[in-house]
Design a protein around this ligand. Structure first.
Ligand SMILES: C[S@@+](CC[C@H](N)C(=O)[O-])C[C@H]1O[C@@H](n2cnc3c(N)ncnc32)[C@H](O)[C@@H]1O
Length: 197
């Protein structure tokens, strides 16, 4: 199955969005709540943000430089309608892998990695590194369940994830998540990696 723009857009149009929590993901909410004040003006990207409750949460906390990129026009439209005060120019309707003219201090992972064809995993790590500023970091949640041929979501484990990330990043945290929503308990890893010098 080709995970194309139209595949994702149709899933939003038909509301076939089982991944959608309808709220900010609790592990990310805890992470955002602990961010230092200076992050309010740092540039933050949420790739494959979908309905982007994480962007909404940050926006309402006063974070000014939050961006969402998604291939689904409908998802971005949903977000625009729900959060009209969010800067429209920060909603990027594009393929993450085609982003060129941006750099971010922080990138947030939330069910984007698992939505990609697993063959793109090495490219994901490289692109994340390319998009980050010198001391930038990538933080979020990755699934841990066996990788099968069918998805999305596509699973994996910490050892596999390290094999991609360690080419570009220092792995600061990669551990079982203690504050997942009930249906994902035991199936998530919280991670934070910082770009190599
Ligand atoms: C499983 S959904 C997760 C959405 C959101 N992060 C959430 O947790 O509800 C995957 C999202 O990634 C988007 N997506 C898939 N491939 C993409 C790509 N190459 N570039 C940008 N967005 C992409 C889809 O449109 C979809 O919104």
């Amino acid at each position: 199955m080709e995970l194309s723009k139209s595949y994702w857009n149709t899933r939003y149009k038909t509301e076939d969005i089982g991944w959608d929590l309808g709220q900010v993901s609790p592990p990310l909410k805890a992470f955002f709540d602990g961010l230092p004040e200076d992050y309010k003006v740092k540039s933050i990207l949420i790739p494959g943000g979908g309905n982007a409750y994480e962007a909404e949460y940050l926006h309402h906390l006063g974070f000014k430089e939050v961006y969402v990129v998604d291939v689904s026009e409908r998802a971005l439209q949903n977000f625009k309608t729900r959060v009209p005060s969010f800067p429209e120019a920060h909603l990027i309707h594009q393929d993450f892998f085609d982003l060129e003219e941006y750099r971010f201090d922080l990138i947030i992972e939330q069910t984007f990695f698992c939505a990609l064809n697993p063959k793109l995993r090495p490219d994901y790590a490289k692109k994340m590194s390319d998009l980050l500023t010198e001391n930038g970091s990538l933080t979020g949640v990755l699934f841990q369940f066996p990788l099968t041929a069918t998805g999305p979501p596509f699973g994996g484990d910490a050892t596999e994830y390290r094999s991609y990330l360690e080419s570009y990043f220092t792995v600061d945290i990669l551990e079982p998540c203690y504050n997942s929503i009930e249906s994902r308990a035991g199936k998530e890893l919280f991670f934070s990696v910082s770009k190599h010098e």
